[in-house]
Design a binder for this molecule. Sequence first.
Ligand code: CMC
Length: 438
Amino acid sequence: MPEAKVAKLVSETKTARLTIGDKTLELPILKGSEGPDVIDISKLYSESGYFTFDPGFLSTAACESKITYIDGDEGILRYSGYDIAELAEKSDFSEVCYLLLYGDLPNPEQKKDFTNKVTHRTIVHEQLQFLYRGFPRRSHPMAILVGAVASLSAFYHDSLDINNPEHREIAALRMIAKMPTLCAMAYKYSIGHPFVYPQNRLTFSENFLHMMFSNPSEPYVVNPVLARAFDKIFILHADHEQNASTSTVRLAGSSGANPFACIGAGIASLWGPAHGGANEAVINMLVEIGSKDKIPEFIAGVKDKKRRLMGFGHRVYKNYDPRAAVLRKACYEVLQEVGKQDEPLLGIAMELERIALEDKYFIDRKLYPNVDFYSGIIYRALGIPSQMFTPLFALARTVGWVAQWKEMIEDPKQKIGRPRQLFTGAPHRPFVELSKRK
Ligand code: CMC
């Protein structure tokens, strides 16, 4: 085999030329509608005997997609061409779900029909409450959700045939509709309150607040400002192209696994503190810092690599996360509405942000606040315990997972995902009998 160190890529208009030793391969360059072109290496192994090596997928496009576009250097996020800030301002979560699933904003009739289909699927099988009751009260709600969502495949057999478009459609609607119910049930269970049934007269976000905060003993009126804030937060989290949890859903689904099991896998991936678990970690960090005078010491620890500044940095955004910009504003609106404009944690967050944006360590590494930096402050102001923050992320991201899963299944070129590896373990060696091992 020729030495790989002499490999070089020459980019041309339509093909890239890869020379390894005395062999030159022509690799097609594929053009997207926006963003960097990609070099198609799918035949590289069969034609050269080489794999590519890209741990963490820093330079690898794993699929083709029409759903979400990100330009991380410019801080741009668009769903099907629509700018995230504009959607958050002018649209609502129901329309955004439709947009992600079907590629266009709905007309009034389509919106009514879609909303109706989701609304009438919010209730979950009564048997699920027994599944919840099997968990310790102090369980992390993400632990419950991983199990509860995967368990839906045991309840809804009529939407498990992934090759049937009608089944796929119903599974998608069910997932979007039932996630708020499952999340609110996890919360109610943790505080020992009765589960609250969904209300079909309410919007998606109103219904979620109702299931979280009402109880059978007294009437509950949803605050429209808070419902709108939630709608905005859900829109901002709805999809984010091929992040870790979405890639997990796609990889799980590529084997033909049912959608409920795949979303369960996505929830597990989201849980980690480098991903969706960061919103909970941000609040824990702010509480731990405790006061502004402790910030310099904390930042020094971050620069010494003893810890990370949670809610900062992103694999793709090397600029202000556009979702964080919207949430920063929403944060002020919500705190004003609930009379907590002097919330000390917000003061600490603002000061951390100010210092980080001026500090060479963060500037050199292009570390800006991400979506998780502000969401936790809003949730906390609304009395939502920090363990529920990541479930809220999962609730909103479900539509993105489902849309990406559907897109993958409906792609005629779809294959099972099967990455390869650079093996660095022991080469072949003879087996040693137990008595002869040292
Ligand atoms: N605090 C301090 N230093 C950081 C941070 C941070 N939050 N993030 C990255 N760095 C440093 C890192 O130490 C490294 O420095 P050096 O070059 O000296 O070794 C450099 O920046 C590059 O870091 P990396 O780990 O190679 O970057 P990545 O692209 O692999 O990681 C990340 C991205 C999101 C995992 C990381 O920035 C991080 O851990 N952030 C904190 C957790 C967080 O807020 N996650 C939420 C992401 S947004 C929500 C979502 O989409 O899930």
